[in-house]
Design a protein around this ligand. Structure first.
Ligand code: SF4
Length: 531
């Protein structure tokens, strides 16, 4: 290459970029150049969209250390990997839930979802509408190329009627989603559409969407010449750009339901929605102050103590005035440390808690699980069964607790079982492993005649009501006894997990309930309690 600086004076050379500067692309600071060349086809619109996004981001002056880009699966999904930002390439359709988690965990982040129409509107369609409904503070860039490009050009949720694809070779019979209309109807606060031809306007919209709080959607109609174009007589990128040139019209005043895209009609572009609405995060903050979102959400969904039904709406409260039932007066037949079946299970302990809805069975399982994972450093899986019949019927929580990775999370033969209602006992006790332990609520469960497990009756409901004045903590009394009797997890871990999980203001009551149960359990071990 000729040296263009030769024989020039210093004055003439002022402002002339050096070769090094020429080779450096203005976007280099935002691109992971080590990952280039990119995988997108020649003529694809994705490079233009990425470039406009990068320009808008630079112009926004957002702190790049606090910007995260989340992509789903598809050609557009590669964008997260090319940007020199915190990027996450997630599973198919899950970009929005992943981004939601990210934003909730750290509200200081600007979270951008950069993904395709197939990923966002088909498999991720439900996430899209519900995030819009909640007004999650996310910027969504939806690159709409009318088909599934990466996997072979199949028909997608936005393929125009009569559009040809590899799976609709005679023309699509279905009506496509109108993305702006879907976003607007679901509650998005900013909705715009451009084509890849409208680079400046696209950049301006992305800039706005980045700076405006709320669920903001910019749809970019983008050429996929390799697949959609090839099937529809526009096999070069410039053919599709020419198509946009001839058919795209800007109409900011268009109503979202008027902007359907058809192969024959116009592609109406513009800013269709720009409204104000409190974001989900703002609502959380208004209601729960500075609580961490995870804590606020948990609180938001947890019923107040007064509303919890310790005894199912239809269930008759048990008479706790008399002596313990016959089954409850069984003696402990063997000393309890860990059940025999634990020894035989290679360190994998399966636990099943069951009762009726409203007894806090699910919460009990979560307390054990959280305690074992967070404070005893063990591996845990938890599955729960709480169907529509649980009120007055049977519900359960099943846990696998292990010192090593759990490869099979399902509980088949629990080694430790807690039954807190008759129906739950009847439903589940047959699953108890041979040599396992069964803890029953002494007043609420009558053992069957064929019962041959090692049974330990615990008057949890009686203790909760008579000693503590609140039946609602019977489950925590039972957890105390379980901890003392089985060493499923450590006492300290259980106490910490209880404090983490019970409603604010009830910590002392719950810790007292736990201690009562623990003491009772120790008494059983030492042969002192009245079982
Ligand atoms: Fe772009 Fe289509 Fe190629 Fe994917 S298949 S990179 S969308 S042109």
């Amino acid at each position: 290459m000729a040296d263009i600086t030769a024989d020039r004076t210093e004055e003439e050379l002022a402002g002339v970029p050096t070769l090094e500067e020429i080779e450096r692309h203005p976007m280099d600071a935002l691109l992971r150049t080590e990952r280039l060349p990119h995988m997108w086809c020649s003529g694809c619109g994705l490079g233009t969209v990425l470039s406009c996004f990068a320009s808008a981001l630079i112009r926004s002056e957002l702190d790049l250390d606090k910007v995260s880009v989340v992509s789903g699966i598809g050609c557009s999904g590669r964008a997260a990997g090319y940007l020199r930002l915190d990027g996450f390439h997630t599973t198919h359709g899950r970009a929005i839930p992943f981004a939601t988690g990210l934003k909730l965990a750290n509200d200081e982040l600007k979270v951008v979802v950069f993904s395709g129409d197939g990923d966002l509107i088909a498999i991720g369609g439900n996430h899209f509408i519900h995030a819009a409904r909640r007004n999650m503070d996310l910027t969504i860039i939806c690159v709409n190329n009318f088909n599934y490009g990466m996997t072979g050009g199949q028909m997608g949720p936005t393929t125009p009627t009569e559009g040809r694809t590899s799976t609709s070779p005679r023309g699509n019979l279905e009506h496509p989603f109108n993305v702006p209309n879907l976003a607007a109807a679901a509650g998005a606060t900013y909705v715009a559409r451009w084509t890849a031809l409208h680079a400046r306007r696209m950049e301006k919209s992305i800039y706005k969407a980045l700076l405006k709080p709320g669920f903001n959607v910019v749809e970019i109609v983008s050429p996929c010449p390799t697949l959609f174009g090839r099937f529809n007589r526009a096999e070069y990128g410039r053919d599709m750009m020419e198509f946009y040139h001839q058919n795209a019209v800007v109409r900011h005043d268009a109503r979202p339901w008027e902007v359907d895209i058809g192969l024959a009609g116009k592609i109406i572009c513009g800013e269709f929605v720009d409204i104000e609405r409190p974001t989900f995060q703002e609502r959380l903050r208004d209601k729960f102050g500075e609580l961490r979102p995870s804590e606020a959400l948990e609180l938001a969904h947890r019923p107040p103590v007064e509303l919890e039904m310790p005894f199912g709406e239809d269930a008759e409260p048990a008479d706790l005035s008399g002596p313990l039932s016959e089954s409850a007066s069984r003696k402990l037949e063997a000393p309890v440390s860990e059940a025999e079946c634990v020894e035989n299970a290679g360190g994998r302990l399966e636990v099943l808690l069951c009762g009726f809805g409203g007894q806090g069975i699910i919460l009990s399982g979560k307390i054990i699980g959280a305690g074992a994972v967070l404070y005893d450093d063990r591996e845990v899986t938890l599955t729960q069964s709480y169907g529509p019949a649980s009120r007055g019927g049977a519900c359960s929580t099943a846990l696998v607790i292990s010192d090593s990775r759990i490869l099979y999370p399902h509980v088949t033969h629990p080694c430790v079982m807690v039954a807190m209602s008759q129906e739950a006992y009847t439903t589940y006790h047959g699953q108890l492993a041979e040599g396992g332990l069964l803890l029953i609520d002494a007043d609420l469960v009558e053992l069957g005649p064929d019962a041959n497990q090692q049974v330990i009756p615990i008057p949890a409901t009686r203790i909760a009501e008579q000693d503590l004045g609140r039946r609602i903590v019977a489950n925590i009394v039972m957890l105390g006894a379980l901890t003392a009797l089985t060493k499923v997890i450590s006492k300290e871990a259980m106490r910490k997990a209880i404090l983490d999980r019970v409603p604010k203001g009830t910590e002392d009551l719950n810790l007292e309930a736990f201690q009562k149960g623990y003491d009772y359990g120790l008494g059983v071990v030492e042969g002192q309690a009245g079982a």
